[in-house]
Design a protein around this ligand. Structure first.
Ligand code: FRU
Length: 439
């Protein structure tokens, strides 16, 4: 039996976005959107896990849960920072004006309002939900600035002279936008600027994240309603190099964007700095159905964001990469643990890994998961990267329910949820491949 050994998932039931990702007092803390009662989305809590190596996680239970009027119906996504030894969590609280009488975890027609809250913790281990929450941005009352319902997911960072916060929102014309705030003291926040796309890029922007990599500013955002091919895949995460002026929070967006991942399932990433200053991110893998009726949703491997000639790359974090040291010749020898298959793929060649097909056609890396995915017309089965230049080296990481393909060390990445992989690798064109198992 294959086990999921490489990826974080909730101890049970539902997980979606990563939240509050931070290296704090010698450990990585990762919080997560969590519904603890059933494997479906519902009233959001923040689950909490810690790790020393970004691969092996220890679950510490629930950190944030609804206690106030403003977060009565959920503690939505947000981020963490450290200041003077304390951990500060920023998140969106939602209050339903009307709940579904048959399922109080939902609000039909989005009849809810959103506020931005802060919670502090002395040690990142204890969270006083009854006394340590404060509202820092009340629900929007001016639709020229942001939407009362759809404004959320605070990401906070230290700038040169102050603290900054970006929120995702929707304009009055139903376009995605960002709201920027500034604070001197982490408690009092003032609105600075709104930034929206020149062109159509979905109707609302979730989970914004912006940071510097090698002197360039990168924006990552998750627009809703970006694609139309399959109902549960309309939301996709994009990234782009932008220019950003801190004092005015003026951001210029380019016309061109990349996808975070060229598969169909990754969404709502969050980044932080690792202990050596690398920009590392994780993201939620949407899954079509629970595994053995018990849990649904996972996180991708930690990925390092790097720039390569104006292109944003997502490489396997060295901690994860260095764990694949056990050379094997057949997936069965991995004893059910994750393994990596490494090979060069030439034009016209293809391979099947456990029933998941990968081939190169017109210089694109194409995949088909039909044989390892439940029948469900709400999801699509095939995906591909843009054209790859030159040689094409693939690192395919295989876990029981997730496949991640790194093309040319993360120039493009393509990740998918999979079910029922076999232990066979087959190809009549690729001549050789190397397999290494997770130690
Ligand atoms: C993205 C998202 C966020 C929100 C959270 C709620 O997947 O919709 O915008 O905060 O999930 O669970």
């Amino acid at each position: 039996m294959r086990r999921d050994t490489l990826h974080l998932k909730a101890p049970g039931n539902w997980i979606n976005d990563p939240n509050g990702f931070i290296y704090y007092k010698g450990k990585y803390h990762l919080f997560y959107q969590h519904f603890p009662y059933a494997p479906v989305w519902g009233t959001m809590h923040w689950g909490h896990a810690v790790s020393e190596d970004l691969v092996n996680w220890e679950h510490l239970g629930i950190a944030l849960f609804p206690t106030r009027y403003e977060d009565q119906n959920g503690c939505f996504s947000g981020s963490a920072i450290e200041h003077e030894g304390r951990m500060y969590l920023y998140y969106t609280g939602v209050h339903y004006m009307q709940a579904d009488p048959n399922n109080i975890h939902l609000s039909p027609g989005d009849a809810y309002e959103s506020a931005q809250l802060m919670m502090t913790s002395e040690d990142g281990m204890h969270f006083d939900n009854f006394h340590k929450k404060t509202v820092i941005v009340p629900p929007m009352d001016d639709s020229r600035i942001g939407d009362r319902t759809h404004t959320r997911d605070p990401k906070v960072w230290r700038g040169r002279d102050a603290w900054y916060m970006v929120l995702g929102t929707m304009t009055a014309k139903r376009k995605g936008a960002l709201l920027f705030y500034r604070s001197e003291n982490l408690n009092d926040w003032s609105y600075v600027n709104t930034v929206s796309a020149n062109e159509e890029l979905g109707w609302m922007w979730e989970c914004p994240d912006c940071f510097e990599v090698a002197g360039k500013t990168v924006l990552i955002v998750s627009p809703m309603g970006l694609q139309k091919q399959a109902p549960l895949e309309e939301n996709h995460t994009v990234c782009m190099q932008v220019t950003f002026e801190e004092e005015t929070c003026v951001m210029q967006l380019p016309d061109h964007y990349q996808y975070l991942d060229y598969g169909l399932d990754l969404y709502a990433p969050q980044s932080t700095l690792d202990e050596e200053g690398r920009r590392v991110l994780v993201a939620w893998l949407r899954m079509p159905e629970p595994v053995e009726g018990e849990w649904i949703g996972m996180y991708c491997m930690p990925r390092v964001v790097e720039m390569e000639g104006g292109h944003i790359c997502f490489r396997v974090h060295p901690y994860a990469e260095s764990m694949f040291t056990r050379k094997i010749t057949h997936p069965k020898q991995a004893d059910g643990a994750a393994y990596r298959v490494r090979f060069v793929l030439r034009e016209g060649e293809g391979i099947s890994i456990g029933g998941y097909r990968i081939w190169r056609e017109e210089n694109r890396i194409c995949t088909d998961r039909s044989a390892v995915f439940p029948r469900n017309e709400k999801f699509s089965l095939r995906a591909s990267t843009p054209e790859v230049e030159g040689k094409c080296e693939l690192d395919v990481y295989v876990d029981a329910h997730m496949i991640e393909i790194f093309v040319n060390r993360g120039r493009y990445v393509l990740s998918h949820a999979v079910y029922g992989l076999t232990d066979e690798i087959q190809s009549d064109s690729v001549e050789q491949w190397e397999i290494a198992a997770l130690k």
